[in-house]
Write a protein that binds this ligand. Structure first.
Ligand SMILES: Cc1cc2nc3c(=O)[nH]c(=O)nc-3n(C[C@H](O)[C@H](O)[C@H](O)COP(=O)(O)OP(=O)(O)OC[C@H]3O[C@@H](n4cnc5c(N)ncnc54)[C@H](O)[C@@H]3O)c2cc1C
Length: 283
């Protein structure tokens, strides 16, 4: 189960937005490390690839998360400061960022594509709607953004020419300025990050990075990533109120006619599902 893909993706630059990127610098472990760690708690356990796969699925399904912490990933990421502010809220990673006190900031700014210039959403107070702005407004806004960035960067350079300290000269630079960091995180916490940042509620610009990291994980830890998609990303958490409503919607008399096999539900997983259905019926 040693993963040969890792050699190909280490160091590769995956472009994000207009000037950003994600590079996987290093990885410790792969799918087999998760299985290996789990076997310490479950004894010798399984041996075949299929059994390893179902063990990973079992761990993910039952939130037995610590084996996933055995895989560590270190990334080099270039991102606009406003994306970095959202990203840094994920506290379970190690970060080392480019220093604007030590080094000069670069003349690199994020400019959205015109299709990302949308109107404020009326439903989601935190986000943009599907509605595009007209071409004229879009061109004007983009032009204004570019002009302001250029003006502020010229001012920054002027301050530096006057020998003002870099740590002060940079303070008027906008949130669209690009920064860079090394970011190290274990797979369990990375899945948590992705669950939040791949969701459509997350801002598009951070989602772009989430999608690239997801593509890297598909190659680096394919079994764990599939389990993440099945049991975290595409699963649904329902409240008691929602379950009560669902009980009215579901027709339980058809339960015995369902071809569970065609839904990849069998064995222990099928028993667990039936337990959940019983819970809904009894609610
Ligand atoms: C769509 C979206 C909108 C958001 N909007 C806002 C907003 O408007 N304003 C805002 O301030 N933030 C906002 N956030 C950030 C959000 O509140 C979280 O800070 C961020 O998503 C990190 O999540 P986390 O704490 O679970 O992750 P991590 O920091 O990676 O933590 C992972 C888990 O570890 C545990 N943990 C870590 N540190 C601690 C601790 N000190 N104490 C207890 N448990 C801990 C928790 O169980 C936590 O879930 C938003 C996030 C999203 C995805």
């Amino acid at each position: 189960m040693i993963n040969e893909n890792i050699k190909e993706i280490i160091g590769k630059e995956y472009k994000c937005l207009n000037k950003g990127f994600v590079r996987l610098i290093d990885i410790m472990g792969d799918d087999s490390s998760i299985v290996q760690a789990a076997r310490v708690s479950y004894g010798k356990g399984t041996k075949s690839v299929n059994e390893d796969l179902s063990l990973i699925n079992y761990l993910m399904r039952n939130r037995h998360t610590s084996p996933f912490e055995m895989v560590e990933l270190k990334f080099h990421i270039k991102l606009p400061i406003f994306v970095a502010r959202q990203w840094i809220r994920h506290r379970t990673a190690n970060v080392n960022e480019y220093s604007g006190r030590y080094s000069e900031m670069k003349n690199e700014f994020y400019i959205p594509e015109s299709e990302q210039l949308r109107l404020q959403s009326a439903i989601n107070k935190q986000g943009r709607s599907e509605e595009l702005v007209d071409n004229e407004t879009s061109d004007t806004v983009i032009e204004q953004m570019k002009n302001t960035q250029e003006f502020l960067f010229t001012e920054y350079e002027n301050f530096l020419d006057k020998k003002i300290a870099r740590e002060i000269a940079r303070i008027n630079l906008p949130l669209s300025t690009y920064t860079e960091w090394y970011w190290k995180i274990d797979l369990h916490n990375l899945f948590h990050f992705l669950e939040l940042r791949l969701d459509h509620h997350a801002q598009y610009e951070i989602r772009v990075y989430g999608e690239v990291i997801a593509d890297i994980l598909k190659l680096a830890v394919p079994y764990a990533y599939t389990a993440f998609e099945d049991y975290m990303l595409n699963s649904v958490n329902l409240s008691k109120k929602e379950l009560t409503a669902l009980k009215e919607i579901i027709s339980f008399d058809k339960f015995d006619q369902i071809n569970f096999d065609s839904h990849r539900l069998k064995g222990r997983e099928l028993s667990e599902f039936k337990e959940k259905i019983k819970k809904i019926i009894n609610i």
